[in-house]
Design a protein around this ligand. Sequence first.
Ligand code: DSN
Length: 414
Amino acid sequence: MRDKKVEKLIKSEEKRQAKGLELIPSENYVSEDVLKANGSVFTNKYSEGYPGRRYYGGQDFTDAVERLAIERACKLFKCKYANVQPHSGAPANLAVYAALLSPGDTVLGMDLSHGGHLTHGHPMTLPAKIYKFVNYKMKNPDTGEIDYENLRKIALEHKPKIILAGFSAYSRSLNYKKFVEIAREVGAVTMADMAHIAGLIAAGVLRNPFDDGFDIITSTTHKTLRGPRGGIILTREDEEIAKKIDKSIFPGIQGGPHMHTIAAKAVAFGEAMTPKYKAYAKQILKNAKAMAEVFKKNNIRMIGGGTDNHLILVDVFGSLGVTGKEAQTALDEVGITLNMNSIAGDTRKPLDPSGIRFGTPAITTRGFKEKECAYVAELMITVLKNKDDKKIKEAVHKEIKKLAKKFPIPKKFV
Ligand code: DSN
């Protein structure tokens, strides 16, 4: 690269990723093919519109690559329509709201502190300023069970136009059938934000909400799905809904699609169709269970009591008297990256909450199996219990570096 300053920063980030262990459950490593497509000359092209209906010339190859991404997304997630243009998850969710709601209409989504996402109605977000959001919660944070009775009660009372299932910090499975039943009772559209678990659904190791009758799925493409940073909106079968969503993305809230990202999405969807990817997805779940088992054995409280998916949410403050921020910092110091997270009923502030959230998608990409994951969990607990002990932290850091060296970030997945 001619720009030495930027090149140096890229190299430093490369080193950071190689030397440490990534446990942020929404992060992953992409293949060199995804990286290549994402850094391709498609970045030079404007292509407002959709394949066959663009507002600029020179679209032979953009049309072909977008069609390919759509075809693969539909096959992967078993649906009729896909919009592959959302720049990420937040615009994907906003586009669905804008497509189906009028200002002031109601959406029923999961409470942020119980695992939902900011875009599911946090008062600071734009959607919450336009639409009304009401929230459902878990019945019991120690089992993670959703309070479906109350969800139905809220739905009957508020008559939402959209009932939204999905989360960014919830470790159990949702009962999609119940959501669909309640939505049909109140005449709502069902939308699943599966950003965290899209890859696990694509691989068939977690249930596909479409199989239970969900109307719409939104997702990012860069988490378990292991593609470029981006978003998608899938519609099971309703052409009218799909048309409204297309208009909502363009010209509604976005301009030119990022064709280089769409090319990279097509590559990632292709990779996710392979038997190797299915094995990867299975291993993510096994690895998360192996880590949860260690926390359980050590009597450390997990929200939901364990995990059915790729992530674990631990109440470090309640169990060990260590705040989420302290835990994040101490683990950062030994080469483990994760994030502090609020937990249900948290009395602490979001910038220093009671919990930490971590998961296995990235370390599974590196080839970690249950044995290594259980060991990492043990090391994490050692650090959490000795967060001010320099010597212990140095010893753990050595172990983490050894593991990182033994399991380099792969470049090819298929
Ligand atoms: N920021 C993502 C996460 O970490 O879960 C969700 O948008």
